[in-house]
Unconditional design. Sequence first.
Length: 385
Amino acid sequence: MNRKADDKGLAPVAGHLPPAETALEGTLLPRAAPVRGFSSDEAAVQAYLLEFSERPNTQRAYAREVLRYQRWLREYQGKPLAAATREDVVAYKTFAKNPPANWRGRRGSHDGAPFVNGLTPAGLRQMVLILGGFYGYLQRTQHVEHNPFTVARERAPVDNSAQWRMRALKWDLLEDVIALLAAEADALDDGPPRHLVERELFAIQFLANLGLRRGEFASATSQELHYEDDPADGTRYWYLRITGKGRKTRDVALNSDALAAWRRWQQYMQRNGLNEPRGRLLAAFSTRGELERRGCSENTVYRIVQSAYARAAERLETSDPDGAERLREATPHRLRHSFATATVDAGARLDIVQKQLGHASIQTTTRYTGVDKLALAREMNRRKR
């Protein structure tokens, strides 16, 4: 075992970055791996991560999980990857729930602290899936003999539509968040502090009403907004052409709320002489509210939405403590779940929702088609007697 391999040219993966999509989509395994061993654990890790070089966001997310697990296994258990046991996996899950202070750092920092906070149950499930896929790769390349994470995987519930729908934020809660942000913005004079609040308001409204992924929103430009008139009645409909997963382009339709959010944001930007240099819909500001030329990234979108969630949760603590807790646990991707769930509940055809979300398979879209138990009981009792 651990036969020597040609590990030359394996470049290290750059830095530890905050999570990309809080929900990972697509395969958790890389492309077909060469059947060979590696000269060291470090070489094996680099080879695995290089399999994702064409998907940098996935690569960063996987690197974070793999590198901090490898560090823990080495420092706390004194073991190489091949010696890990089921007991080690259980111990690591306990550790990840509440890592010590010297393992925690500020999001986006490069101080070597691999955690921001302890992992939530959803974060732990994601960690197990990623590390299970990592060990599967190591098995195929004959670097390890067994996969200790296989036994740690939790069986998914039979009715997984209910699980996916639970990830959605209730629409009345989102309306409360939007109302709070709008009131906060309207109470401020134009200037850097208001720039940041107006941007949060636009981001929440736009994402919740279009169902975009963070990366799609970050790269969207005003040049890709266009309209077409309905030949039947002349109604004007607006669309945004975006580039999604796999570099595939699609047109998403703007509803009236998304269009109103964009118009408010554009009017505010124009009123204050703020011109996004790349034509992006979303402008990048410094923490002081000064316009920056670098443009927004997926991680910028993450911070914008999380900031809005945090402030709204603080204000809702007394009037809606359950809603405040939901916001504290939420990620930007929950807005995509919320859009999908609300659209399906409103009666939209699944193939239409699939096209809007950019799902390759309609089976993915069906995750949002849960049936309320009360509605089910009423329907089943409508039989003629």
